[in-house]
Ligand binder design. Sequence first.
Ligand code: MV4
Length: 588
Amino acid sequence: MLKKILIANRGEIAVRVIRTCREMGIPTVAVYSNLDRDALHVRMADEAYALGGESAAESYLNTEAILGAIERSGADGVHPGYGFFSENTDFARAITDQGVTFIGPPPEAIEVMGDKISSRIAAEKAGVAGVPGRSEPLTSPDEVVAFGESAGWPLAIKAAFGGGGRGMKVVASADEAAEAMESAAREAQAYFGRPEIYVERYLGWPRHIEMQVLADTHGNTLWLGERDCSAQRRHQKLVEESPAPDFPDEIRQAMGAAAVKVSQACGYYNAGTVEFLFQDGEFYFLEMNTRLQVEHPVTELVTGLDLVAWQIRIASGEELTFGQEDVQRNGHAIEVRINAEDPTGGRFSPSPGTLTKFHTPSGPGVRLDAGYESGDTVSQYYDNLVAKLIVWASDRESARRRMLRALSETQITGISTTIPAHVAILSHADFAEARHSTKWVEDVLDLSNLTSDPVDTSPVAVAVEDDVPLVQRDVTAEVDGRRFAVKLWVPDLGVGGGSRPVARAKRASSGSAAGGTGSGEVAVPMQGTIVKFLVAVGDKVEVGQTICLLEAMKMENAVNAERDGVIKEVRAAAGDSVGAGDIVAVIE
Ligand code: MV4
């Protein structure tokens, strides 16, 4: 068994790997960029080494720096997580050359699957069909036209070295072929550095269903079950679930067998995912992801298997201890990706920043894989996945309701997140009834009225929620004309002086000091309107005496003197709007 594992990654996936290593008794090594010096994955690992730099290229993609950390820590295995070096054969070979185990598949399998034409050919050879198409690079628009005339329009032109859907062009008819081919090749070169493209029939309303596989180095390959990842936007998955809804078991069995064949055809071991498009009861091989995927927890909750633990055992040379018949799938799991993005108007613009508050959900059937805690900062430099929320329940409808419940418990301030979009998706009848496809979020779901969660960055509001003691106020309220006497427990902003509540903890020693060591400047604690001024220039005041009443957050707050003295200046009057920290009077 591997003795010490370095995680060449950051955020939630580094935390995820560290957790399993701890359960297995394997010491962990974190690496970090300058921006991640105090990141959660660094705090959780047994040791941590600086990579230097801020951008991914300078840090988590810096082979020399990572090799240095491997050497200094004495790690004998490296878990690459997803992204970064997870599908980089140069990196895998570089560490293997140093006698260090890459916790992932063989580089040859990564290479075969990295090229979409060669992966199509490998799947075909194994008897698994891709979408009807041509398994060779396009050289002329005539080939596109000829294929369209025989197979039918529309067609999809794709980048051979692409993946994830970028650069795909839909061709509706023969006269669009030449232009679509040109722009597809141009985009392929721009995104992936290779211009090769190929053509397939275009499926108009497919579901994205992928099959998890697990293979050891002793020739055992198992399929663990499918995930439906059809709720996507711009090729970013938003919601993933297992089992796929309305998915007949005979198709599941056939897809599992197909995924095993594709894996075996490329000599695969470790955890992997074979992606399919599913439409009108047929499935078609799309590509294979040769890494642990973001959405792997969905399969973990349904099968009860720890995929990271099995990755580590397989990389250590162990054999799978169970067979295909032993894999049981129970209940239903759903995952949502909580990203630091503002979904207002359906735009999903990046929203990096500090999580002033992260109240996490819990309770029955809830798992949260987060890369951050309250007080941590989401940098603009890296992937903005903050956390994955995964729920399990006995059936899909219970899981859907459980997810909505867990989302309602989750409170994040300081940044905007995709949570409102998830609520919109999960509460939509199309999703509830599984009528969605890969086109649904963008073509059908209307997110234009979405607003972001309140971004609560004001220090006053944060402090109020933190540790300001509460006092009871009796107020009257009218609800539909009926009068109620209401008791409110509100932040004690008035007692002991009118300074800003944010400073309460820090000035605890001076706050209650009688006699007047406090400031002579009377500042209002928050933005609001002066309701009444109770003193005038020349008045004698004592510490604690109310100077004015401020209406803020729909409540009246007393702003009090912090010292004894005489009012020398009055700078505001009833009706004035004031901002937090504004000085309304001076005591001498
Ligand atoms: C397709 C397709 C329709 N027909 N291929 C996009 C991601 C990449 N892995 C393949 N993709 C697609 N390939 C044919 N022949 C539709 C998509 C597609 C898609 C696939 C999976 C998940 C989301 C998607 C969103 C838009 C298009």
